[in-house]
Design a protein around this ligand. Structure first.
Ligand SMILES: NC(=O)c1ccc[n+]([C@@H]2O[C@H](COP(=O)([O-])OP(=O)(O)OC[C@H]3O[C@@H](n4cnc5c(N)ncnc54)[C@H](OP(=O)(O)O)[C@@H]3O)[C@@H](O)[C@H]2O)c1
Length: 417
């Protein structure tokens, strides 16, 4: 039986989940893994007498975990950046292993942290063991891409907008009331949280190091029920995706709303669930789906990392690749375009002429009476793949047409690798 002594920093949602999971399943974990997990100290801003600390000592200063000689593994669950990073650096300097659920610290500071001392399964997609899958289960594969729903708040909101035909602001209020969105929802709805996770997945799948500033980020604020409806008519759902692709010219790393064919597995992952689909040479396209957040679900990944430390296994995202990460202008996509126009003869011909002048081919068209007045029309198009830089030029010309009455809406179509 291996004994591992743990010090937990934080006593919030995830930390309480870890304590509860260890209390409920300690015997099972011992039998299954041969590892006895002992929590010897919990350190958090304030005591919570109602929480069972499993016999651990309590401190209000998280740095006490570093001087506690019994602690083999520091489990960082305070969140935030500065103190969390300080704690991780201090722990590794003291020769302790670290488990963290903190995606921001890993995505933004991963290159400065000792990878030999770190594990962070819970930082990406909550309960889904995607890091284990990339590093162990799929270790024999070369990855050409990965895409997924890695923010449950966005997925909940887009699913509800589709089901009920309601707008962003109403659904955001509900998501906040249900605890699916923070009071300040920026990190989730503007795509930053997903970009943190994609940065980590890119480092692990492609050996790029942690290159958060190179990830293109777009959130879901501009998505309307009208676009969700048109996408459905064309056979698609709108999902907020993190996308990685290893192309001949470099790596695409992007977070944005995307049209996904209704028949794709990812299109059918709804509500707060997450899903990650890996595109690999031998295993094909395995899809991993499950809860991306929540105390118990996230604790499941934290406990797996603690047990893995008994074998001394770091996550170890070594930088092995010098392949450049592409800017969004260098990425090719098919596009959904919604062009609000006057309902006059010749308007579609003008639109088609501009697209053709940029070699943009049209795959599908629907033309509907606009939603504001009878003399307006929405021209809705799906294009073939075109370089983003070219689409930007075409979109500027489309927007300048006298017959175009509102903002041209553009949503990329998810790649079909
Ligand atoms: N919640 C999820 O579903 C989820 C999922 C995946 C990853 N994560 C990540 O897991 C980490 C923890 O998330 P959480 O939801 O458990 O957060 P939380 O509920 O806000 O808990 C944070 C805990 O840390 C304590 N704390 C914060 N700053 C501190 C400081 N300066 N000194 C001492 N204690 C401090 C807080 O004290 P108080 O109790 O006094 O506030 C609280 O107990 C974050 O990095 C988050 O991104 C969370």
């Amino acid at each position: 039986m291996k004994q591992i002594s743990v010090g937990i920093a934080g006593l919030g949602t995830v930390a309480q989940g870890v304590l509860e999971l260890l209390a409920a399943n300690r015997d099972l974990i011992r039998q299954r893994s041969g590892v006895e997990v002992n929590v010897v100290r919990v350190a958090s801003r304030r005591a919570k007498p109602e929480v069972d600390l499993l016999g651990a000592d309590f401190s209000t200063n998280v740095m006490d975990l570093l001087s506690d000689q019994r602690v083999d593994v520091v489990v960082e669950l305070i969140g935030g950046e500065r103190l969390a990073k300080e704690l991780i650096v201090g722990a590794t300097a003291a020769g302790k292993a670290v488990v963290t659920a903190n995606k921001a610290v890993i995505a933004l500071h991963g290159n400065d942290l000792s990878q030999q001392h770190l594990r962070y399964e819970a930082a990406v997609a909550g309960a889904i063991p995607i890091i284990q899958a990339l590093q162990k289960g799929l270790v024999g594969n070369r990855f050409s891409g990965l895409s997924g729903i890695i923010n449950g708040t966005c997925n909940y909101m887009l699913s509800a907008m589709e089901d009920e035909g309601v707008g962003f602001d109403d659904i955001l209020q509900r998501a906040q009331a249900l605890g699916y969105a923070e009071a300040d929802p920026t990190f989730d709805v503007d795509g930053i949280d997903a970009a943190h996770k994609l940065t980590i997945l890119m480092a692990l799948a492609f050996g790029t190091g942690f290159e958060f500033p190179k990830v293109y980020i777009e959130g879901i604020r501009a998505i309307t029920p009208v676009d969700i409806g048109y996408a459905a008519e064309l056979g698609y759902r709108i999902k907020h995706l993190g996308i990685l692709r290893n192309t001949a010219v470099g790596i695409e790393a992007r977070v944005h709303p995307a049209l996904v064919l209704q028949s794709e597995l990812v299109a059918n992952v709804n509500g707060v669930l997450n899903a990650v689909q890996v595109v690999s040479d031998a295993a094909g396209k395995p899809l991993f789906s499950g809860p991306g957040a929540g105390g118990a679900a996230t604790a499941s990944a934290v406990v797996a990392d603690i047990v893995a430390w008994a074998e001394g296994a770091a996550t170890s995202a070594t930088t092995t690749s010098a392949v450049p990460v592409l800017s969004i202008e260098q990425v090719s996509s098919s596009y959904y375009l919604r062009i609000p126009s006057r309902n006059e003869p010749g308007v579609f011909a003008e639109v088609a002429q501009i697209l053709s002048s940029y070699d943009i081919s049209i795959d599908a068209v629907i033309q509907k009476d606009g939603h504001e007045q009878g003399d307006l029309v929405d021209i809705v198009l799906l294009t073939q793949e075109i370089l983003e830089a070219r689409m930007n030029q075409a979109a500027t010309e489309l927007q300048a047409l006298a017959s175009v009455t509102g903002e041209v809406m553009r949503i990329r179509v998810a790649p079909q690798d």
